[in-house]
Write a protein that binds this ligand. Structure first.
Ligand code: PLP
Length: 401
């Protein structure tokens, strides 16, 4: 496969604003005028080049951001949404109806898990959760009713890497759509190039990178994106998770620094993961040579963007994890907060926060232990300072000797 450089692809996308502005004008309108009633009627039937109807459907700035996102994922087309969950729920409800089944990875984002487990059954959609590290279990779970295989490229919070090519082969054999949530690894992994059919992001995280808004996107074929925006039958058009245009404008600016940020997040995360490992801690990071995911990650990743900025460690007990989180915040390592992709380091204990939707028994089965701490490593200029502070906390709490 020819190497792909997402940052060059985005860099080459030049948008000219209304007056030649280097940043396109923000669309500050919900509705758009037509000079001819005929053109308006046409626009309800199919997209008319250069025409916009109503902002829930499309507006210029959301289109510009969507075009940049399509370039990020090497997709034909993309659509922005008001949240990651808005993207996930729209895609699933577009593809599935009563009686249909989904085969999903079991270690997925807590909100997605709750949507699959508690919400979809109301519509007669059944989700089978499997350990996606074992593709044979995916194959065994597929039936004639399966419409979607759902995975995260880097899973949350254990940072397992999905063998997208292997899962994609199963999906293609059975004519099923493979949907991949790539929130943890934009630029690092390009799932569509490895056989995924639809890629979803919570842009709330790395893509925006400033933790000042909630947003999402869907990247796929033009045909699929058109089906989502169809005036009479499209999930995003009819469910309405539209991104506000002011936010779209700010995310479009931030996306142009994504490559620099991913590189730095990755360098800092690699440094910390190696140092944690030297201290004898149990570390989860796909960039470590000792990680059982390192080989697959090297096969899948685009070169030059590292291994993303998420690192997890196990400190033994929930009590120790709680104390460490509070102490690290006092020591200015970063913030005790959920979410990721921010310029400052964020940390939390997944079992009692982002993954708390998953029942305790199932958490145990997944290997999600009580003492797990998840870090989203920041853009610190000198990450060794943060490491010294964390080490001091680990000593004081007698997690290390
Ligand atoms: C945060 C997150 C989501 C949900 O996105 P929102 O923007 O919060 O709706 C989905 N998947 C993953 C992996 C996430 O981290």
């Amino acid at each position: 496969m020819k190497p792909f450089d997402p940052s060059t692809s985005i860099h080459d996308y030049l948008v000219f604003g209304e007056f030649g502005d280097v940043n396109p004008s923000i669309t500050d309108s919900s509705t758009f005028t037509f000079l001819s009633n005929e053109t308006m009627a046409d626009s309800f039937q199919h997209e008319t080049e250069g025409c916009f109807l109503y902002s829930r459907h499309w507006n210029p700035i959301n289109k510009f951001l969507s075009n940049a996102l399509a370039r990020l994922e090497d997709a034909e087309a993309a659509q922005v949404t008001s949240s990651g969950m808005g993207a996930i729920s729209s895609v699933i409800l577009q593809l599935c109806g009563t009686g249909d089944e989904i085969v999903s990875e079991r270690t997925i984002y807590g909100g997605t898990y709750a949507f699959f487990k508690n919400f979809l059954p109301k519509f007669g959609i059944t989700v089978k959760f499997v350990d996606m590290q074992k593709p044979e279990l995916v194959e065994a779970a597929v039936t004639a009713k399966t419409k979607v295989i759902y995975a995260e490229s880097v899973s949350n919070p254990l940072l397992e890497i999905t063998d997208i090519p292997a899962i994609s082969r199963i999906a293609k054999t059975h004519g099923i759509k493979l949907v991949v949530d790539n929130t943890f690894s934009p630029m690092v992994i390009s799932p569509l190039r490895h056989g995924a059919d639809i890629v979803i992001h919570s842009m709330t995280k790395y893509i925006n990178g400033t933790s000042d808004c909630v947003a999402g996107c869907i990247c796929s074929t033009t045909e699929f994106i058109n089906s989502l925006t169809d005036v009479n039958s499209g999930a995003t058009m009819l469910l309405g998770p539209v991104l506000d245009s002011l936010r779209a404008a700010s995310i479009l600016k931030n996306i142009h620094t994504l490559h620099i940020r991913m590189k730095k997040h990755g360098e800092n995360a690699m440094y910390l993961a190696e140092q944690f490992e030297k201290l004898g801690l149990k570390v989860y990071y796909p960039g470590l040579r000792s990680s059982r995911h390192n080989k697959l990650m090297n096969e899948l990743r685009n070169s030059g963007y590292g291994y993303s900025g998420m690192v997890a460690i196990d400190v033994g007990s929930y009590e120790k994890a709680s104390k460490l989180l509070e102490m690290m915040q006092q020591e200015k390592v970063g913030y005790l907060a959920v979410s990721l992709g921010y310029f400052k380091t964020l940390f939390s204990s997944p079992g009692h926060s982002t993954s708390s939707e998953i029942p305790e028994e199932e958490q145990k089965e997944m290997g999600l232990s009580e003492g797990l701490i998840r870090f989203s490593i920041g853009l610190d200029g000198d990450i060794s300072i943060a490491f010294e502070r964390i080490k001091k906390c680990l000593h004081e709490l007698q997690i290390i000797q």
